[in-house]
Design a protein around this ligand. Structure first.
Ligand code: NAP
Length: 319
């Protein structure tokens, strides 16, 4: 009986070593141009600090020029690095194209801008739904379309990266996040298809899945969160922006397609691996070996969440 795993596991590891695609890659950051959208606040700003302190040339894009100037000043104070800043709205393709042309060829693009207004769909106006889809999803298309031609031309400069900031709400639908989840799930389709389209140009796509993260955007969001959203989203714990930025940058540098940020995120990544690319044969081994058990854990989560929803409605009826 014991002989079975002893023979099977090494064979499986060897098989996975040969079949995982795309092949492993390292994306250097030092002396390279890292362009971060939504880089004036929260996770984007933390990423900018870390990339600058690791020797990257950093550019930031966001709407508010004053917030960008504050960010530039804080990075100069902490690391002595002067970053370039560009004020543009990602919904405006022409403005984004101009900023990117001015910034010059990009080695690592982090598409991080995002807006989140949680509310039950029934109560949320379609203008707010469109706002989230436009900034989070269409805005990402605008940025990537503007960057791709120049990035493709940089074949002599080694591997380049396009990283997209999704969310755990882009791996699993959460109460109150119908529009936000839709915009973030959309990024997954974008990323999976794009990776196939750009692999021949040595461009490597990463998809980052942070849990709740302590940022100015999150602080605003928490004020309007439906109670049930807080109860359900709380199951993955919360992180500091610096911690998420470190996980994100490490994931980008190792060329990982899926980048989880905490233990629960790692479990979620395995449970939702599906047909996504996997470069690491060890991670592929864990996925193959544990997918069944993680599905069971996922079903327990659903059992718990639906239980909480039922209880919440029952309490509301009592009142
Ligand atoms: N914080 C969390 O709990 C959490 C969890 C999971 C995923 N995320 C994702 O992580 C990313 C960053 O979130 P955060 O919490 O760091 O947010 P944040 O503190 O609100 O920062 C958002 C950044 O995006 C910029 N931005 C917003 N709308 C824009 C637009 N239309 N065009 C250009 N830039 C725009 C903002 O600057 P301006 O307002 O000046 O434009 C700011 O720099 C988002 O994609 C978010 O969905 C966050």
């Amino acid at each position: 009986m014991l002989l079975f795993p002893v023979i099977l596991f090494p064979f499986l590891l060897l098989l996975l070593y040969f079949i995982v695609r795309p092949r492993p890659v390292n994306i250097p950051i030092k002396n390279r141009h890292v362009f971060i959208t939504g880089g004036s606040s929260g996770i984007g700003l933390a990423l900018a600090h870390q990339a600058a302190s690791q020797g990257a040339r950093v550019s930031l894009l966001a709407r508010s020029l004053s917030k960008l100037e504050e960010a530039k000043q804080s990075i100069r104070l902490s690391s002595g690095v002067d970053v370039s800043i560009f004020a543009a709205d990602v919904r405006d393709h022409d403005a984004v194209q101009k900023a990117i042309n001015d910034a010059g060829p990009i080695d690592v693009l982090v598409v991080n801008q995002g807006v989140f207004v949680p509310q039950e769909l029934e109560k949320q106006g379609l203008d707010e739904v469109k706002f989230m889809i436009d900034v989070n999803l269409m805005g990402s298309f605008n940025v990537i379309k503007a960057v791709l031609p120049l990035m493709k031309e940089r074949k002599d400069r080694g591997p380049t990266s396009i990283a997209l900031m999704s969310s755990q709400a882009g791996q699993v639908g959460v109460y109150g996040y119908t529009a936000y989840s839709a915009s973030k799930f959309g990024l997954r389709g974008l990323a999976e298809a794009l990776q196939q389209e750009v692999i021949a140009d040595n461009i490597h796509v990463s998809l980052i899945f942070p849990p709740d993260t302590d940022t100015p955007g999150f602080e605003q969001e928490s004020k309007v969160r439906p109670e049930l959203t807080t109860i359900l989203a709380g199951s993955s714990g919360s992180m500091k922006a610096d911690e998420v930025a470190k996980k994100a940058l490490d994931g980008i540098k190792s060329g990982s397609f899926i980048v989880p940020c905490n233990f629960e995120g790692q479990m979620l990544a395995i449970a939702t691996a599906g047909l996504s690319p996997q470069r690491s044969f060890l991670m592929a081994f864990i996925e193959v070996a544990f997918i069944g058990i993680f599905r069971l854990v996922a079903l327990f989560f659903q059992w718990n969440w639906y239980g909480s929803i039922e209880q919440w409605h029952a309490k509301k009826k009592e009142k």
